[in-house]
Ligand binder design. Structure first.
Ligand code: 0O2
Length: 180
């Protein structure tokens, strides 16, 4: 549902302004084995209640924006949707994580009609620029390949790269403004 709405928003921007605040979208449903692994890692008892209450990212939508400013426009649009309830908001764009990770996270609740009832379903949204996505995807793979144990030297290098990416994202905003 949310993916379709974001695709419509992407089209609306292109139609009215000739460009979009959304570059592309990636949606995924977490595989049952990954859900179990996550619950076990966090020491949650494998109950349906814990699944619903503790796991926020069974449905995940990544929104990739061309520019850093676009992230905040997308966040405002989502927060302004009357039928969407924002449960959690984390701004790692303004305050990146120690790892260097930058992204805007929202956990929202969407009402999904199922048979004769409507159930609230949580979706984790990760909103970031193309450059932030490039860094996060590579860093995620590197951590997975080494079972989350990357050396201090590698993590320092990754923090340096994240800082370069932040600088690049800021420069792209300046260049874009100059061209307007
Ligand atoms: P995976 O393998 O991507 O699913 P939560 O994990 O949501 O219960 P947490 O960790 O406090 O609670 O939430 P946070 O910090 O908002 O992180 C949620 C997701 O953001 C992570 O999911 C990652 O996908 C991503 N993320 C957070 N920190 C980093 C980071 O340093 N590097 C990268 N590449 N991604 C990060 P999972 O479930 O931890 O991992």
């Amino acid at each position: 549902q949310l993916q379709t709405r974001m695709e419509i928003l992407q089209d609306e921007f292109k139609y009215f302004y000739g460009c979009s605040v959304i570059e592309h979208l990636k949606a995924r449903i977490k595989k049952p084995e990954s859900i179990i692994k996550k619950m076990e890692n966090k020491n949650y008892e494998l109950t349906y209640r814990n699944l619903v209450e503790q796991v926020n990212d069974i449905a995940g939508l990544r929104i990739i924006c061309p520019l850093k400013d676009d992230i905040f426009s997308v966040v405002d649009i989502i927060k302004g949707m009357p039928d969407i309830n924002v449960l959690i908001e984390k701004d790692y764009v303004t305050n990146p994580k120690k790892s260097g990770y930058a992204s805007y996270h929202l956990v929202v609740e969407v009402l999904v009609p199922v048979m004769k009832q409507v159930i609230p379903v949580k979706v984790e949204l990760q909103i970031r620029t193309l450059a932030m996505d490039f860094w996060a995807s590579l860093e995620h793979d590197l951590k997975y390949k080494s079972n989350n144990k990357i050396s201090k030297k590698v993590s320092n290098e990754l923090v340096k790269c994240a800082k370069m990416i932040n600088k690049l994202d800021n420069q792209m905003i300046t260049i874009t403004k100059e061209c307007k």
